[in-house]
Design a protein around this ligand. Structure first.
Ligand code: GDP
Ligand code: MN
Ligand code: MN
Ligand code: MN
Length: 249
């Protein structure tokens, strides 16, 4: 398996044809998977905003004040408003805002990004990253994973995760297969889109590298059972339930 960055992509602007920009620069081969940073998908889709585009409501004012009280850091209530508008639910308000996005991904600040965003204060995640992935996949003829850098509970550091995907299942089901002892695997469903996103994110980097699109070559999903589920259903999510009950004071 080999990963390489798509070379020489320009700064992406609203309305850019990202599929064409990538297609011009890569000779895709059968079996390739394209991983692309949500940052450039969002830019192309015009998801760049200014703080001034958001008018803070009462809840946003309260949220910003609560966070400031807990952390001692001021937060612009308009940023809180942007998070609220992007979210289905806020699981946690302080010391950081953990939000369920409208497409089901749970992440800090609803994934609103303030790095690599020239000309705007805020870059929102794509409205529906799997739909974005499907449009790119259709044009490029390969599976596409839209990635974002995200923190993890229990561990320091951030890593790439999949926020959208198309053209391949989210997970590879190992249940019913056997380990080296012949013991049947009972629970393992491997979230392959996250693992590809993690590997691609390593190549993409986080700074000014200018390499948001990464081709994975020589990896195959193979003839296995798969699943489209990546974001836990509410009923299965004990961590979400526990955090809802928790109050920081
Ligand atoms: P995120 O993980 O989706 O939030 O994206 P990052 O902000 O971490 O950026 C990932 C990679 O894409 C880095 O190498 C950035 O330099 C690069 N990048 C971000 N925006 C652009 C862009 O508009 N054009 C190009 N060529 N690279 C970009
Ligand atoms: Mn960023
Ligand atoms: Mn991001
Ligand atoms: Mn990143």
């Amino acid at each position: 398996m080999e990963l390489f960055a798509v070379p020489d992509l320009p700064e992406i602007r609203a309305g850019d044809d990202l599929a064409a920009l990538i297609d011009e620069r890569v000779a895709f081969e059968d079996g390739d998977v394209l991983c692309v940073a949500s940052t450039v998908v969002s830019k192309a889709e015009g998801r760049t905003f200014d703080l001034a585009d958001f008018e803070a409501g009462e809840r946003a004012e309260r949220l910003a004040a609560h966070r400031a009280e807990v952390t001692g850091e001021e937060r612009d209530p308009r940023f809180a408003q942007a998070i609220i508008e992007e979210s289905e639910e806020l699981v946690l308000e302080a010391p950081f805002v953990l939000a369920v996005t409208k497409f089901g991904h749970i992440t800090v600040n609803a994934g609103i990004d303030r790095s690599n965003v020239p000309g705007g204060d805020l870059l929102l995640l794509p409205e529906d990253p799997s739909a974005s992935a499907a449009r790119l996949s259709e044009r490029l003829g390969v599976p596409v994973v839209v990635t974002d850098t995200s923190g993890r509970p229990f561990r320091y550091g951030q890593r790439g995760v999949a926020v959208g995907w198309a053209g391949m299942p989210a997970s590879r089901d190992w249940r019913g297969e056997t380990d080296r002892d012949g013991r049947e695997l009972g629970v393992t469903v491997q979230s392959v889109v996250d693992e590809l996103a993690g590997a691609a994110n390593l190549v993409a980097g986080e700074g000014d590298g200018g390499t948001p699109a990464v081709v994975v070559r020589g990896w195959a999903f193979g003839d296995h059972g798969g699943s489209e589920n990546l974001f836990r259903d509410e009923a299965d999510d004990v961590v979400r339930a526990a955090l809802r009950e928790w109050e920081f004071d």
